[in-house]
Every structure is written in structure tokens, then in C-alpha cells.
Write a protein that binds this ligand. Structure first.
Ligand code: ATP
Ligand code: MG
Length: 229
């Protein structure tokens, strides 16, 4: 598989229940996302937003329906190609017990120290470089990060990975208003030509998205431009 430059998605009648769960987490979801479109996903807690993003990374296989990436069934992609095609900021960010450098390199194995430092400063985390620089030990036995620092580290990883599809699960959760604005501006800039699905609870800024999807109880209940909802 070559890595596509642009990504269009097609989700057809997707239904999914987690293992051992009687309740469906996703019910008959259908959605088309054209290459370069920016989609916001809204809905109350537990309605299935994160589950939908996770199925797009093939973390789980649906019981019914299918997802197509540029016309090809997601199941046909090899894992490496799929990972190279998607930049993910998940809701629960995982910090490895490793150096700051290695925590970033896992998203971009070939990146130079200069590139890693630049990504950190773009998300406002240059402070992390103060003590031991990229050799600082993070996680167990080292420095723990605040919730907001963790999210920005995840965003730095996503920037470094620089894939054509961005899957962002509440990327600014826990950030103060000023930092949130900076991060959203940054994300808007770097994803201008990319396809974006972003889960958000904030209503401000929705007009910047091509389409807004509202989910409830595993279903899409509304879809359209912010101005028409
Ligand atoms: P939030 O806004 O709180 O993040 P969400 O819309 O992202 O909510 P999901 O995390 O997708 O919601 O969860 C959808 C449903 O699936 C919920 O009822 C949740 O309890 C359930 N669920 C989520 N993860 C699992 C799991 N690993 N195993 C079993 N059930 C799960
Ligand atoms: Mg969620």
C-alpha cells in the first residue's frame, strides 16, 4: 500500500457492539466524508463518538456494515498503511515510560531532534525541554504531565505524523480558553488540506466545519452545516 495524499471516507450502515455487551454502541451509521472536508462530531457523553473514531482506526471490527477509505474497504488495508494514513489524538492519551524524544518518535520515527523540538514549541510545550531536553524521562519513574500537557503532547505527535486524515477526539479538553484558541488555530492551519473528524463539546467555532454531525445513542440524529442545524 502506498500512503494516499488525500483521504475520502465512506461509512455504510455501520453497527457495532463491544465484546460481551448487549447494547449496540453504534447503530446503522452511514456517512460520506469527501477529501479535505472537516467534520465536527457532537453528542452527549456515551453516545458513541469515540467508538466511531476508534472503528476508523480498526481498533475494533464492526459486526455490520463497512468503512471505505478512498473506495477501498478498511479491512483490506495493512496496519502500517492505515497507521501512516491517520493522525490520531485519542481521548485518553497514553504516555510511555520513556524519554520525551521516544514519546514523540513513536509518531514519527524519522524525525530529527530539531523537528521534535519545533513540534513541542508549536503546541506551547517548550517548557518540557528546560531540564534534560528531549532526554527528559516521562511517565513512571519520571515526570508526569498535566491533563492539558498530555493533550498537547498528543497533538504534537499528530503534527509530526502529518497524515492526510486527522481523527481528533476532544483535542482541547482541559485547556484554558486562551490555549484552546491557539491550539484550534494551529490545528486549522495544519489541517487546511486534510480530512478531519473532530469530536468536540464546544459549540463555538462550529461554523468553521463543513458539516456537523450530532449523535445520540449510537445513531447520527442530525447532520448538516452549523447554520442549518
Ligand atoms: P464521551 O463524550 O463521554 O467521551 P462518547 O460519545 O465518546 O462519550 P463512547 O466512548 O464512544 O462515548 O462510548 C459509547 C458507549 O460504549 C458507552 O455506553 C460506553 O459505556 C460504551 N463503551 C465504550 N468503550 C467500551 C469498551 N471498551 N467496552 C465496553 N463498552 C464500552
Ligand atoms: Mg469519547
Amino acid at each position: 500500500h502506498t500512503i494516499p495524499e488525500r483521504v475520502a471516507l465512506e461509512i455504510n450502515s455501520l453497527s457495532f457492539a463491544y465484546p460481551e455487551q448487549a447494547q449496540m454502541a453504534l447503530r446503522d451509521i452511514s456517512l460520506r466524508v469527501e477529501a479535505g472536508q472537516h467534520i465536527a462530531i457532537l453528542g452527549r457523553t456515551g453516545c458513541g463518538k469515540s467508538t466511531l473514531l476508534q472503528l476508523l482506526t480498526r481498533a475494533w471490527e464492526p459486526q455490520q456494515g463497512e468503512i471505505r477509505l478512498n473506495g477501498e474497504a478498511l479491512g483490506q488495508f495493512d496496519e502500517t498503511a492505515l497507521r501512516a494514513s491517520t493522525s490520531v489524538v485519542s481521548q485518553r492519551v497514553h504516555l510511555f515510560s520513556a524519554t520525551l524524544r521516544d514519546n514523540l518518535l513513536l509518531a514519527a520515527p524519522g524525525a530529527s531532534d530539531a523537528e521534535l523540538s519545533e513540534a513541542l514549541s508549536r503546541v506551547g510545550l517548550e517548557k518540557l525541554l528546560e531540564d534534560a531536553g528531549l532526554n527528559s524521562w516521562l511517565g513512571e519513574g519520571g515526570r508526569q504531565l498535566s491533563g492539558g500537557e498530555l493533550r498537547r503532547l498528543a497533538i504534537a505527535r499528530a503534527l509530526l505524523h502529518d497524515a492526510p486524515l486527522f481523527l481528533l477526539d476532544e483535542p482541547t479538553e482541559g485547556l484554558d480558553a486562551e490555549t484552546e484558541r491557539q491550539i484550534l488555530d494551529l490545528l486549522a492551519t495544519v489541517t487546511r488540506d486534510k480530512t478531519v473528524l473532530m469530536v468536540t463539546h464546544r459549540l463555538r467555532g462550529l461554523a468553521n466545519f463543513d458539516s456537523v454531525i450530532v449523535m445520540d445513542n449510537g445513531r447520527i440524529i442530525e447532520q448538516g452545516h452549523h447554520a442549518d442545524l
